[in-house]
Design a protein around this ligand. Sequence first.
Ligand SMILES: [Zn+2]
Ligand SMILES: [Zn+2]
Length: 332
Amino acid sequence: MTAFPRCLATAAALAFTAALSVATITVPPAQAAAPQARTQAPGFYRMMLGDIEVTALLDGTHPFPVHEVLTGIPMADADTLLAASDLAAPVEGSINAFLINTGTKLILIDSGAGVLYGADGGHLMANLRASGYTPEQVDEIYLTHLHRDHVGGVDQGGRMAFPNAIIRVNRRDADFWLNPANKAKAPAFLGPMFDGAIDSLRAYVDAGRVQPFDGEAQLNPAIQALPSPGHTPGHTAYRVRSRDGQTLLAWGDIVHVAAVQFPDPAATVKYDSDSAAAAQARDRLMAEAVAEGSWVAAAHITFPGLGHVVRRDGRYVWLPANYTTVGLTQAR
Ligand SMILES: [Zn+2]
Ligand SMILES: [Zn+2]
């Protein structure tokens, strides 16, 4: 071993110490004061339904004033059910839409609120782009009903947000919400719903791009309309069927507050145009989802609003989708 001259060793140690002290002074502590990001992940989620690609798109979340809006259930009971899911009123509810790529057509089911829910909504377009698509690629838009959190997103400042799309909607909803005479007869709280539907669809109506349908129309080889009136006169669910026979029910506003309406499907909302019919439609579609083992794509169940329904101990239960990445690339 070579002896290191003591004076050089001392000089080296002093230089090291000096360098360390400079470093201590000039480099800020690594974990201090990183600004909080306070943003969420991009709001899209993808799954395959056999040969069909389904993309859930988040338009936003909105505090749902359960105490003012829920009907058909004692509020104490609703609060107990919310507490069982670690929730309390108001419940932050998602606004979801679903992009269906059949392989030959790109179809958007519902469109979010656009500007009509302020900052709580209107994020669908950014999330559509983040998911890898452009609004120009959308061929058709199927609306479950004409409430403004479903139709508002088709409009962009008086112009068509989806310039190549035609819009399909049940004729009963089109006839009801697009007729200003009905607004005059309706309760005041529904007024903004009429205005939202008329304003959002105006450019498409003028261009002849709103094409109402009747009943159980087969709108695409893979997608059939299932009238489920009650929430609105022409409320419609859509059944998507893959070539290998898997099904997905895009069921619109069948459920507003999952923590309450799965255990108690008789709970309704004050926006229902016919409460009894709305409760019947909910029971019917939940029963179909259970019997068929169908996927469900829900407008207001927490994002991405995709899952299954099962029945346990005489009650419906929501089973959210298991997160997938490999399921997108496996051979079909
Ligand atoms: Zn609605
Ligand atoms: Zn809705």
